[in-house]
Design a protein. Structure first.
Length: 463
């Protein structure tokens, strides 16, 4: 463990380098559109708006540097999951949720296509998404999950037994899996750096080292001055709580990762994973992993889930207990990695709404817009959100009418605020303690029934 780099933002930046800094905001200015946040959501929004309406004056304000937050720290899962789809089905009907799911399926291909068109080499490999079960209760949930996804239009999804799963990747104890082609592995920092460069090349102005302290109609306020614009778009995801008046809007949930050293052929001969699928499981405190382009395993999980008062970390430093827990999980999944060095550990925050539903909104009376609350599924969802914000602004400004995207059920969805402290902290930590306890109980139980503790945590959390 002494050789493990801890923090320093993420392994992805340690490997690919911190980008050269852009100039901070010099003072008061005007724009047609001001985008607050230089992650995937903000950059994709600027990209699609500028491509659609080249004469727009667009300014992006980023507090540190583009990709400093979740966009440069995530697990590199470009996949078709979206937070809240089942709730949207209950609120708006099954067909509306099917349209949302189809849009997400198409979004995976859209990101891959656009990255190629802009010559962004982000180590993208479309091997699909493989989600495995390792206990009887997980297998029961897996089969139910597979049936639900099929009912939402994923007719190309495949359910596999233990032997067929091992033919893909040999996860210790795996008893089944579900695979969808709508997923790809990528290098998060390479994607966000390439996207920022593409946006600048289109003529969008990006100011870094420029924290926005307050957003109000037609104003984005910074310590250096104010950008005035008819449209101000909040694209701050897990860092939203730092804005004035937004502390209880989205909860910043911590997620942590480790990356191994490059593993030798002898280890890969044991593991398999030749298809380089992104890999997840059906535990309540679930994991996510990828086989990187240089043959490491990058694996993540929740770790310490939430900091009191919606505080966020700075450089991604991760507690020793979390690093050790992730390493133990790695070896449980892949015993052949027992002697492998962990080169890097890091953490970041993702945005969680109170009802766990991702949303995209434009308030036509104020010109304020926002997108996020992705609950960890933001690599692809941010792209769909950005194209939807583009269409909403064009509709509002009279340049177009309603589109397929503007009528999706997540548009203009309203979410209540999180509870005040200490109830927020107690609730989140209690929820994850219950999920971990449920996972421990299920790991030794012969029953296929999900733990009552997990069901209770689901009801309390509103998931």
């Amino acid at each position: 463990m002494t050789s493990t780099i801890n923090g320093g933002i993420s392994f992805w930046y340690a490997q690919d380098g911190i980008p050269a800094p852009r100039e901070p905001f010099p003072g008061d200015a005007t724009a047609d559109v001001c985008v607050v946040g230089g992650g995937y959501t903000g950059l994709w929004t600027a990209y699609y708006l500028k491509k659609a309406v080249p004469f727009l004056n667009i300014t992006v304000l980023e507090s540190t540097f583009c990709g400093y937050g979740a966009s440069g720290r995530n697990g590199g899962w470009l996949y078709n999951g979206i937070a809240g789809r089942d709730r949207y089905a209950r609120l708006h009907g099954h067909d509306a949720a099917v349209r949302l799911q189809r849009a997400m399926n198409d979004t995976v291909a859209e990101v891959i296509r656009t990255a190629a068109a802009e010559n962004i080499d982000a180590d993208i490999h479309q091997g699909g998404v493989l989600e495995v079960a390792r206990t009887p209760a997980q297998l029961s949930r897996l089969r139910a999950f597979h049936s639900v996804e099929t009912a939402f239009g994923e007719t190309d999804r495949i359910l596999r037994g233990a032997r067929e799963t091992a033919d893909c990747v040999r996860v210790s104890g795996a008893v089944g899996s579900s695979w969808t082609p709508h997923g790809a592995r990528l290098h998060p920092a390479k994607l966000v750096k390439g996207l920022a460069a593409a946006v600048e090349a289109l003529g969008v102005t990006i100011h870094e080292s420029t924290p926005v302290t307050e957003i109000r109609p037609q104003h984005a306020v910074t310590p250096y001055g104010t950008v005035r614009a008819p449209y101000v778009l909040r694209c701050t995801e897990g860092f939203t709580a730092a804005l004035k008046g937004a502390r209880r809007t989205w909860l910043p949930m911590n997620s942590s990762m480790i990356a191994t050293e490059p593993l030798p052929d002898s280890v890969w001969d044991t593991i398999g994973w030749d298809g380089r699928e992104t890999l997840g499981d059906l535990a309540h405190a679930y994991m996510y992993a990828q086989r990187t382009a240089d043959d490491r395993i990058a694996l993540g999980g929740r770790g310490h889930p939430y900091r009191y008062g919606s505080k966020t970390d700075n450089d991604g430093r991760t507690g020793a207990a979390t690093v050790e827990a992730l390493r133990d999980l790695l070896v449980r999944f892949f015993p052949a990695t027992a002697g492998a060095r962990v080169d890097h550990a890091w953490s970041g925050v993702l945005g969680v709404p109170r009802d766990w539903c991702a949303t995209v909104t434009l308030d036509r009376t104020t010109g304020l817009g926002w997108a996020g609350g992705y609950v960890g599924s933001g690599v692809a969802t941010a792209n769909l959100a950005a194209r939807t914000l583009r269409d909403l602004i064009q509709q509002d400004s009279g340049q177009s009418g309603a589109t397929e995207l503007t009528t999706l059920p997540w548009v203009n969805h309203k979410v209540r605020s999180w509870e005040p402290e200490p109830f927020r902290w107690l609730g989140v930590h209690g929820m994850y303690a219950a999920y971990r306890a449920a996972d421990r109980r299920e790991s030794t139980a012969a029953t296929a029934v999900t733990s009552r503790m997990a069901r209770f945590a689901d009801r309390v959390s509103g998931r």
